[in-house]
Design a protein around this ligand. Structure first.
Ligand code: AMP
Length: 287
């Protein structure tokens, strides 16, 4: 392998693959994923992408085979690897939760004292309960965790949840959250020293896409008389751009707003006198 090129380990299977490839492409990296064969060269940046199993990403980065890696927070906690998290990537969101059969007594994490919990995340679970001095028995199984209570193998489970529908379908009820997880970009202190400026470039490129995804570009026309009211409606932070239009007394107003605020804004802007309101996606945003 070419030692001058930086290497990033990314998942080759599972639910983090598609959003990871999308993020790298949206950031502007040009590469062929060759049906995710082991290695892919970026054409426009000195970066090689290594496709490995999601849980092996940490090993590849920790051992210095890759300088950067994309994995999930929960896997980093499970591996108890003290690797620096360079960026939170905003996808692959899930929670590690404890759950019991819907008709069981426990209502909170503390109520799990003395119970047996089945999980495929034993290290994260053990550490969580030990930190809180709650004595539980962790039973490690690698799959079908949610059926363990029904089979009599455990009193409850600790498992990853995103919508919660798997719990409900299996007659389980969450009693609390052990950790929040999402896809993260990790590195090592050594790689951060050796490749400071290249890692900074990657962080900037990926960060600009993530920042862009969280916001929308809002454009509208309005009579000058409505301007003060519209400015009051638009969320603070950045001052909007006000551009005079050819028709006297009319202006165009452009502003960047959080994606999740758009829903509550449009009706109020229209009532205040805005017309021709456009909501446009932002490809990249560098504050
Ligand atoms: P996979 O390779 O599909 O098993 O992906 C596992 C990783 O995806 C987990 O370790 C989490 O970081 C992440 N993930 C996101 N949402 C979920 C979910 N609902 N269940 C399991 N893993 C999830």
């Amino acid at each position: 392998m070419d030692e001058t090129r930086m290497r990033m380990a990314v998942p080759n299977k599972g639910r983090l693959v598609d959003p990871t490839l999308q993020l790298l492409r949206d950031a502007g990296l040009v590469f062929d994923d060759h049906a995710r064969s082991l290695l892919s060269h970026c054409e426009n940046f000195a970066l090689d992408i290594l496709f490995v199993r999601t849980e092996d990403v940490i090993e590849f980065v920790g051992d210095g085979v890759a300088d950067l890696g994309i994995t999930g927070t929960n896997l980093l906690v499970e591996a108890a690897a003290e690797l620096p998290v360079i960026a939170e990537l905003g996808y692959g969101r899930c929670r590690l939760e404890a759950a019991v059969p819907a008709d069981a007594t426990p209502r909170s994490i503390a109520d799990l004292q003395g119970l047996r919990l089945a999980t495929s995340h034993p290290n994260a679970a053990r550490r969580f309960f030990a930190d809180r001095h709650i004595d539980v028995e962790i039973i490690t199984i690698s799959g079908a965790v949610e059926v363990a209570p029904r089979m009599g193998l455990a009193d409850g489970i600790v498992d990853l949840v995103s919508t919660g529908s798997t719990l409900v379908m299996n007659g389980l009820r969450s009693v609390g959250r052990l950790l929040d997880s999402q896809a993260i970009l990790i590195s090592t202190p050594d790689a951060q020293r050796r490749r400071a400026s290249e890692i900074d470039d990657v962080q900037t490129m990926l960060g600009s896409v993530i920042a862009g995804r969280r916001r929308k570009y809002l454009m509208m026309n309005a009579p000058v008389a409505a301007l003060a009211q519209i400015e009051r409606i638009l969320p603070g932070l950045d001052s909007p751009s006000i551009i005079p239009l050819a028709h006297e007394g009319m202006v165009a107003i452009h502003a960047v707003v959080a994606s999740d605020e758009v829903w509550g804004l449009l009706g109020r802007l229209r009532t205040a006198g805005a017309t021709g309101i456009l909501v446009v996606p932002i490809e990249k945003l560098l504050p």
